[in-house]
Unconditional design. Structure first.
Length: 353
């Protein structure tokens, strides 16, 4: 067990004992938490290592997981539901997050427990009906972000959107964006902001901006916590098919449909076909359902799949570029990326990064 976070009196209640625990330190505690989660119809999220646990007479009767700025795996023993345990648990985990520098938080829960978490001062953002709800503790953050996006709205009847990780930006990314821009009045390109790639977000954003600079009807947007992030779509970074199937891609795509697309007037989402990466392929397959077929108060968005660019008979992919770079094959890399990306990668390799 770890020490209490600064400013938190974990033992203020003589009957309830609150502690933070790391699952990597205690397989026995992990087994207890798994059992409690099972009793609440939940599975352990493998991304969560730190839990706040509440013990009564030595037995774990409450738990809440913290994955950086996301609260997950919250459960209370059935016999104590409706008591003060829930509020105390919420208070402790929020203070723990604040002590670690996370003040704006997301929370995942089942739709039937949304009211419970309103008591923690969280507000629902988007829901996959009957499966999962994403909530946030600051009701102003998303409206502010949407308002910022709306200032970049452009006129037209066909407005496209692309979300790309670009790790790094390749001729394949360029081909999808260029193809979409040719048939759109305007195209909005978002760069995934999460720092979960070989190349930093700042480098990836710069390469996308430079690689699309000559296309007049394109706006490149900074990514956010609301577009393919560890909050909205952890399965993308886990490469975990089970997570995708449990509704995370639905959360991410409904967030795009219900909040981001309306701000910019986006009515088409473009994506390259994905023959190589199973998680991305699954995400692409789900896109049509969540953006146009699933029930929603927001207008449907058409999904357009563009055949991937090939070079020497093989699909161009960022993973191939990274593999060639690791082997020191700059000649092979040069065939697959724009000049701006190649100049960066050559310096990157020379620097030994």
């Amino acid at each position: 067990m770890t020490d209490a976070p600064p400013g938190i009196d974990l033992n203020a209640d003589i009957k309830l004992d609150f502690h933070t625990v790391s699952l990597t330190e205690s397989p026995e505690v992990e087994a207890e938490i798994r059992s409690l989660l099972h009793d609440n119809g939940l599975d352990l999220d493998e991304q969560v290592e730190t839990f706040v646990v509440c013990r009564e007479k030595g037995r774990i009767v409450g738990c809440a997981g913290l994955d950086r700025d996301v609260v997950k795996d919250v459960a209370v023993a059935p016999s104590l539901r409706g008591t003060a345990v829930s509020l105390r648990l919420g208070s402790v985990v929020l203070k723990l997050a604040a002590a670690r520098g996370h003040h704006d938080l997301f929370l995942y829960c089942r739709p039937d427990t949304v009211q419970w978490f309103r008591g923690w001062a969280f507000y629902p953002l988007v829901e996959v009906p009957g499966v999962i709800t994403l909530m946030e503790n600051n009701p102003l953050n998303l409206p502010r972000y949407v308002e910022t996006l709306s200032r970049e709205r452009r006129p037209g009847t066909t407005i496209g959107g692309i979300v790309m990780n670009a790790n790094p930006f390749t001729l394949g990314h360029r081909f999808v964006a260029e193809s979409a821009a040719k048939v759109c009045d305007w195209l909005h390109v978002f760069v995934v902001k999460e720092e979960a790639a070989e190349f930093s977000y700042s480098d990836r954003f710069r390469l996308v901006t430079e690689g699309l600079a000559d296309i007049a009807n394109v706006t490149v947007h900074h990514g956010s916590r609301y577009i393919i992030s560890r909050a909205t779509f952890p399965g993308y970074f886990l490469k975990d098919k089970a997570a995708v199937e449990h509704g995370f891609c639905g959360i991410d795509l409904l967030m795009f449909r219900e909040h981001i697309a309306p701000a910019l007037g986006i009515n088409r989402r473009y994506v390259g076909n994905e023959p190589l990466d199973a998680t991305t392929s699954s995400y692409n397959a789900a896109m049509k359902h969540w953006l146009s077929e699933a029930p929603s108060a927001s207008a449907p968005i058409e999904t357009i799949v563009i055949e991937r660019l090939t070079v020497d008979g093989a699909p161009v992919s960022a993973s191939n570029v990274r593999a060639l770079l690791a082997r020191g094959d700059l000649g092979g890399v040069e065939k697959l990326v724009p000049p701006t990306t190649f100049a960066f990668l050559r310096q990157y390799q020379q620097a030994g990064r």
